[in-house]
Design a protein around this ligand. Structure first.
Ligand SMILES: Nc1ncnc2c1ncn2[C@@H]1O[C@H](COP(=O)(O)OP(=O)(O)O)[C@@H](O)[C@H]1O
Ligand SMILES: [Mg+2]
Length: 417
């Protein structure tokens, strides 16, 4: 058995364009990352190229057990198929190729003890060629072709099937890796949805007891029996409850936005949204002694937007700019049209943001450790809300900053068509 079976056969079996066929197979393999699709294409192309009657591909685990098989014979009942496959891997040609990790030809199955005929083989196989799929020194699969006549496969074809098996091994590995990554991606997405659902439930359930605490704290404030210390404690309770209410409001809000706000989009006068929202932050700037300069072009076109959400984006950015800029500083608001988009800039003369912190700035609960901003109140959800709203608008949001000098947050929105 073995090399003596290789019998370079007649000229008619040799194709002058085998290199081209290998190229065609390689291209077909590279075009798909779906494992079944990859295996099916390898087999059908190879059977065609070799003018074989049928063939099979087995994928094997690290102990040589079949984990997937593509057989030309789909008609076998599952239990017969399993028995036959096990026998092929234990005593048959498949097992031989696996153990020797090399390709070989059986020129006449009637005279080769490695051949185990499948039950009820009406297409009687008299010659066969088989090659291992090898990755990193390990046999990960076997491809075998059958023919009803003896002496059908040549040495050149043996080389070719080996080359095809090499390409197939790589394609199978790519497809397996891709499937693994996709499975993990789906699992992570499901986990993320589960977490969002959980957080939304908890946040929602916390809302009513907090409202009760809030109302009683309000009532107590009007209660005359409290001494100075009692009033101080009450103020602390009030502040803490307010912070929790704002956190819960933000968490529920971000969940709602992530579930989709596309239905809220309509042609929107962005200048009006911005002018209204400036009103809400003006007082904050004044209180802190920050000069607020507003320049909103009065010829801004309509954008495709959700007015309340865009107001939220602007207020979050302006609120940060005012909050993180020390008294006496400046905040500039600027909005104009740039090509097919409206661009809004919010610049401040605050502490700035180190470049390495920028990538995680828009993630949930991201608050920078620098002392200038750490001491301010916040939950680190504002910019995450901004990002999800702008994403839903198919817009862009970005930041440019010079640490020590200030930051400019900007967003752009596509025009309404
Ligand atoms: N204008 C700004 N200047 C400096 N740092 C900023 C500015 N805006 C945001 N940041 C940083 O980004 C973090 C996240 O902002 P945000 O998501 O709005 O959360 P929060 O305002 O609740 O802290 C802030 O905690 C701060 O560290
Ligand atoms: Mg904020």
């Amino acid at each position: 058995m073995g090399d003596e079976n290789i019998n370079p056969s007649s000229e008619e079996q040799l194709s002058p364009s085998m290199g081209w066929l290998l190229y065609k197979i390689t291209r077909a393999l590279a075009s798909s990352l779906d494992l079944d699709n990859v295996l099916g294409r390898v087999l059908s192309l190879t059977v065609k190229v070799f003018d074989a009657s049928c063939g099979s591909i087995f994928l094997l685990d690290s102990r040589g057990r079949i984990i997937k098989s593509i057989l030309a014979r789909q008609d076998l009942p599952p239990e017969v198929k399993e028995q036959a496959l096990n026998a092929v891997m234990e005593k048959g040609f498949g097992g031989w190729v696996y153990r020797h990790a090399k390709a070989d030809i059986i020129q006449d199955t009637r005279r080769d003890s490695r051949w185990i005929a499948l039950p009820d083989d009406s297409l009687l196989t008299l010659s066969a060629v088989s090659a291992p799929l090898i990755r990193r020194g390990q046999v990960t699969g076997i491809i075998t072709l059958h023919h009803p006549k003896p002496d059908r496969f040549s040495k050149e074809q043996l080389d070719l099937i080996q080359a095809i098996a090499g390409e197939a091994a790589m394609a199978v590995e790519n497809a397996s890796l891709y499937k693994k990554v996709m499975d993990e991606h789906v699992m992570l997405k499901q986990l993320d949805e589960l977490k969002n659902e959980f957080v939304a439930h908890v946040a929602h359930d916390l809302k009513s007891p907090l409202s009760v605490i809030y109302s009683y704290a309000e009532l107590l404030q009007q209660f005359s029996g409290l001494n100075k210390e009692g009033k101080e404690f009450l103020r602390e309770i009030h502040t803490a409850v307010n912070r929790m209410r704002s956190l819960i409001g933000n968490v529920l809000d971000i969940n709602r936005i992530e579930m989709g706000i596309e239905s809220e989009l309509a042609p929107t006068d962005i200048a009006e949204v911005l002018n209204c929202s400036v009103g809400t932050v003006k007082g904050l700037a004044q209180e802190k002694g920050i000069s607020l300069n507003v320049s909103i072009s009065d010829k801004l076109p309509l954008v495709n937007g959700a007015p309340v959400r865009l107001g939220q984006v602007f207020v979050n950015l302006a609120d940060n700019a005012i909050k993180f800029t020390p008294s006496g500083g400046t905040v500039n608001i600027h909005a104009n049209q740039e090509g097919g988009r409206v661009v809004v800039h919010v610049s401040d003369s605050g502490p700035g943001i180190p470049e390495e912190s920028i990538p995680r700035l828009f993630q949930k609960f991201s608050r920078l450790s620098q002392t200038e901003t750490r001491n301010q109140e916040g939950h680190g959800l504002g910019l995450a809300i901004v990002k999800s709203i702008i994403d839903a608008h198919k817009g862009d949001v970005w930041v440019e900053s010079v640490p020590g000098k200030g930051s400019t947050f900007a967003f752009s929105l596509p025009l309404s068509v």
